[in-house]
Write a new protein. Structure first.
Length: 270
């Protein structure tokens, strides 16, 4: 039986033809890339499965090798395949990474008029729904990770330098990424992680006021501690109420510190 290392033979398309997929304004290589996607879906391929060799793909789509390579490069840029070199190489289907998806979304937002208030408008919906969705999905190990994150934040609270405060912001946001990692809804998890990364990497505080930073940290620790207790009790209503107040408080503290969104969203920070 063929395995993921043996490319499936190309069978005639039983869906739309290449001419059906192509629009008047679409490059031929883009139409071929769409045709390859249709074939992937039709054959039920999974990440790790190999696609046919370039020669077979070019013959199947009746195109020049250069056009086929351009189509494959487009799929690689989209994060759908990786192009392996060598005698046994070729295109291999992969799962699109969070980073690739996040980079593309930030490229889009680079040219939009996005601000901190709009980010928190989303967080006040998504973080609350995500928080409720993970009730009952947190293992003892996950709850221990949340407790360890809390302990780390408490230990660092006494150090009041601004650099340490920024490090604390990152640790506090890690709490939310732990929740996202256990969310059963991939759409909620993706958007929560994306917003968390925006806050971590692209919010710049314009006020160097240590007492205000400390108030922010103290409020976050208190909300996180209450959330862990509610999770251990599997109390959905308490989780909803605590996370709602947490997001409202976090927005207020961010604005009080004159937090602004960087104008370099398209630049990867990590």
């Amino acid at each position: 039986m063929p395995d993921s290392q043996t490319p499936k033979p190309l069978s005639p398309m039983q869906t739309s033809s290449l001419s059906d997929l192509s629009s008047h304004h679409q490059k031929r290589s883009d139409a071929i890339a769409d045709g390859i996607k249709v074939w992937i879906l039709h054959e039920g391929l999974k990440p790790g499965d190999k696609l046919p060799k370039e020669r077979e793909l070019a013959a199947h789509f009746n195109c020049a090798k250069g056009t086929l390579r351009e189509a494959l490069k487009s799929l690689e840029v989209q994060g759908l395949i990786t192009l392996k070199t060598g005698p046994s190489g070729g295109p291999v289907l992969i799962e699109v990474s969070f980073k690739r998806s996040s980079d593309l979304l930030r490229n889009f937002l680079q040219f939009q008029d996005l601000n901190v208030e709009q980010i928190y408008q989303m967080r006040k919906i998504i973080e609350v729904e995500l928080a409720v969705s993970v009730v009952g999905h947190l293992s003892d190990q996950a709850l221990d990770l949340l407790e360890q994150n809390l302990a780390s934040c408490c230990t660092s609270l006494s150090k009041s330098r601004r650099r340490n405060q920024m490090s604390l912001r990152e640790k506090e946001l890690d709490f939310h990424n732990i929740l996202a990692a256990h969310c059963p809804n991939p759409l909620l998890a993706f958007h929560a992680r994306f917003l968390t990364d925006l806050l971590r990497d692209f919010i710049e505080f314009q006020v160097n006021h240590v007492p205000e930073y400390e108030k922010f940290t103290q409020a976050n620790i208190a909300h996180h501690r209450d959330l862990v207790a509610a999770y251990r009790a599997m109390d959905k209503e308490s989780v909803r109420a605590i996370m709602t107040k947490h997001m409202i408080d976090a927005e207020a503290h961010t604005l009080s510190l004159n937090g602004v969104l960087s104008d370099e969203l398209m630049l990867a920070k990590r």
